[in-house]
Design a protein. Sequence first.
Length: 308
Amino acid sequence: MSMILSASVVRVRDGLPLSASTDCDQSTGMQECRKYFKMLSKKLSQLPDRCTLKTGQYNINFISSLGVSYMMLCTENYPSVLAFCFLDELQKEFITTYNMMKTNTAIRPYCFIEFDNFIQRTKQRYNNTRSLSTKMNLADMQTEIKLRPPYQISVSELGSANGFSHISVGEYKGTGKISAAPHQRLEPVTLPGIVSFVLSLLCGALNLIRGFHAIESLLQNEGEDFSYVIAFFLGTAACLYQCYLFVYYTGWRNAKSFLTFGLICLCNMYLYELRNLWQLFFHVTVGAFSTLQIRLRQPQGKSPDYNV
């Protein structure tokens, strides 16, 4: 009999399980598939956004979007189109129900376990294909799968039993080459991150303009202090370096962001005679906000074992 057996929601960057089916079968075959679930959860950041793993009499399918992966286990004869329509429904409901900021900052496994109620209802509906009323969605999904078929993962690609060996996926249609160094890939950019990036550029531009004005004043009045020029240009460099740290991965990234923020504070303390309190508050606040966004946008690294 073809049917969906279980499903789970996992965070891509570290494999943290956010929700899962609570009525999972405990047979030997299912226990083996749970091991594959665990190994796949550690490799999600290295894999395309739509994949299938065939494990004998069972198939594991998953899709990933916005830093979250939706995984399901079904029998080998369950239609692929229905499987990915099922995952697509889970994805739409999860995104609608939960704020992505909460999923990015979650630290507890299964902190959205109440989502299992929706998983169970949807699973029952998809296991009774006669009651399905999604013919249009099925047709759209069938076309999409033909145009961009899911990547077929072999069991050998999962590496050693501890799940830490590298997967070499190669070229995947529609996704390009999979990065050989996933630890250098940062999480997707959020709206607050974009705002902090733009504000940092603005502060850098303001410092640069004031620096050139200070140079002009220095040339016209020999008694002017050249250290103000240095402070303005150091502030510009610090703001631009914050933008760089937000966009690119680098070693000691968090420490560098705090040191850069400290430099911004020192420059503004030195320039307090040339700026009013509101200007000082704006520059320091933007520096603190950018430092926070750099801290929140962490690299997608190797996942710990959450016993999934």
